[in-house]
Design a protein around this ligand. Structure first.
Ligand code: NAD
Length: 175
């Protein structure tokens, strides 16, 4: 973000539109609320339509709810293109925050391939689908440096070990 002072993190000069996935709950919801509080418009992407309705009720017209499953690449592209601000809107699409994801807990003894294919489909491919759809729209809005405006809050692809767990792209395997 352009400026950090006190509780404010967004410079008034860059107030724009942000796409936030997973915005119906948790971290995504907090991020969407914060952007709107700072004067941005937020395009809230989630599969949880009831959660999106509640968010829209709370945030008003600066919240554009987009009910879409991020695993569906074509649907994501269509939804983001539809939510893109008009060229003369004054708040162009400038950022995307990937916060949608799942975090199921299983054990090394009882995990299933289906669980992990779902994790990869949502946390990895879903994030890719959203980023791939959003970046050209951000670039087209004229800001150039899209890499500065793509944020990953959900679980990152990959794996690592902690004392008692193996974490693989958001899946938590208890040893
Ligand atoms: N909360 C944390 O401390 C924390 C820390 C590290 C990583 N994470 C990861 O970040 C992600 C979000 O965490 P959270 O605590 O905000 O979770 P959350 O469950 O509160 O929110 C996730 C949101 O993603 C949405 N979602 C799930 N699948 C989707 C799909 N296919 N398409 C569109 N939306 C979908 C859900 O409906 C939900 O609203 C998770 O993957 C989690 O593992 C969370």
């Amino acid at each position: 973000m352009a400026e950090r002072s006190g509780t404010s993190t967004v410079s008034p000069s860059v107030r724009s539109t942000v796409v936030v996935t997973g915005a119906a709950s948790g971290m995504g919801r907090s991020v969407a609320e914060r952007f709107v509080a700072e004067g941005w418009r937020a395009v809230a992407v989630d599969v949880d339509t009831a959660g999106l309705d509640g968010l829209a009720e709370d945030l008003g017209t600066d919240l554009v709810a987009s009910a879409v499953d991020i695993r569906d690449r074509a649907a994501v592209a269509t939804a983001l293109a539809a939510a893109r601000p008009a060229p003369d809107d004054g708040r162009p699409l400038r950022a995307v925050v990937n916060a949608a994801g799942i975090y199921p807990t299983t054990t090394l003894a009882d995990y299933t391939e289906d669980t992990y294919r779902r994790i990869l489909d949502i946390n990895l491919l879903g994030t890719l689908n959203v980023t791939a759809a959003a970046v050209p729209l951000i670039r087209a809005a004229g800001d150039g440096g899209a890499a500065d405006w793509v944020f990953q809050l959900g679980s990152r692809p990959g794996s690592y070990l902690t004392g008692e767990t193996v974490v693989i792209s958001g899946g938590l395997l208890l040893r």
